[in-house]
Design a protein around this ligand. Sequence first.
Ligand code: FAD
Length: 428
Amino acid sequence: MARSDYVPSYYVSSAHAAPERPALEGATDCDVCVVGAGIAGCSTALHLAERGFSVVLLEEHRVGWGASGRSGAQALFGVAASQAKLERLIGADGARAVWDVSVEGLALMRALIARFSIDCDWVDGHMLAAVRARHQRELQAELTALRDKYGYRGVRYVPRAELRAELATDHYLGALYDANSGHLHPLNYTLGLAAAAETLGVRIFEATRALRFAASGNSQLRVQTPGGEVRARFLVLCGNVYLGATAPALASKIMAVATYIVATEPLGAERARQLIAHNAAVADMNWVLDYFRRSADHRLLFGGRVNYSGLRSFDAPGATRARMLRVFPQLADVRIEYAWGGEVDITLNRAPHFGRLAPNVYFLQGFSGHGIALTGIAGKLAAEAIAGTATRFDVFARIPHANFPGGAALRRPALVLAMLWYRLKDLL
Ligand SMILES: Cc1cc2nc3c(=O)[nH]c(=O)nc-3n(C[C@H](O)[C@H](O)[C@H](O)COP(=O)(O)OP(=O)(O)OC[C@H]3O[C@@H](n4cnc5c(N)ncnc54)[C@H](O)[C@@H]3O)c2cc1C
């Protein structure tokens, strides 16, 4: 497979036609260079261009090649860390500000889709489902906290009997339903954002890795690529787990965790509707979680089975299908047409990791599997900060992050041990 090709998936097969952008050849100047054309990078570029900055967006592969184009695509409120944890990390006011930004992130998605006519199958509704009795208690507590502390009215508790009418499975004991969250075709959304950014003047180069960057005097930065360089006043790094040697200081704060999705053959509208009556996206509350939803062409897209060991040898499609059949045994006769995986950038505390490596070098990472909505608003916050209003960006930048223990050699074994512990907890 050529370096610039997408990893095959249902999303790639159902993606709208998009232009192949050229690789950067030679030197070019701009106000801001953005690295990584996932949702974070495309949104950053778009919001900067809207504010009048000239922007160059560099992508090593293709627009949406990474997590953004392979995701479970459940757009959710909040961040991967709980609000209670955020309160401990940055105080009640900080946690409240993060919450407000996350809810605005959902509104921003809808607004961008409408404004730029992005054809990406958006559907309202998400359910967070309890697998164990303690999950039910946690959901009730979360419902109370969201309503009483944050004044959030979009959510309601769905008891088991009602849930059984929504989902054709006995697997779950209850769920928290949020009408404000939703799901979409993540690759078409990302491609749509990129196209929107281009209409505002952003120049996108694909097949162009940002190799390294350095200050070059007069507050200028030089970003080296294999065929040229970008000279910019600001740099925004949105490279997720793929950034690697481009910014080694960021790598120690995140761990790449693999997660897999299978897509069934088309089930037909009626059979798909029988599985998930009102077409909400669903995720369970286990640490090693399952997540699933219907596609616009009536498939079931089922994800889960994270691989923390970093070993590629296990049968990911088979294991993911087996998890799907535990929830929906009635799909035993159904063919799996697509299976793919991707990597999630988890932080040790599961809170997002935004900040600056230098006054003019920003980064957005650590979405911890909870980035479909948050990446978009994160890009808007980065643009705000570069334009001079850093208040909201700096709330996130205040969240403390530890390195993964053990340095490069021991990070993975340490995480495997931690994950064994969490998997045991899932069984209790
Ligand atoms: C299988 C899967 C399922 C998921 N499900 C959900 C879900 O249901 N809900 C949810 O909220 N989140 C989910 N996530 C997480 C979510 O998709 C991500 O948090 C989000 O898409 C991250 O976007 P991003 O722009 O930060 O990174 P990415 O989309 O990964 O984009 C980073 C881009 O940067 C490029 N890049 C990296 N380094 C360089 C460089 N040096 N030079 C040039 N380019 C570079 C890469 O090629 C890549 O295209 C899932 C993720 C995966 C993998």
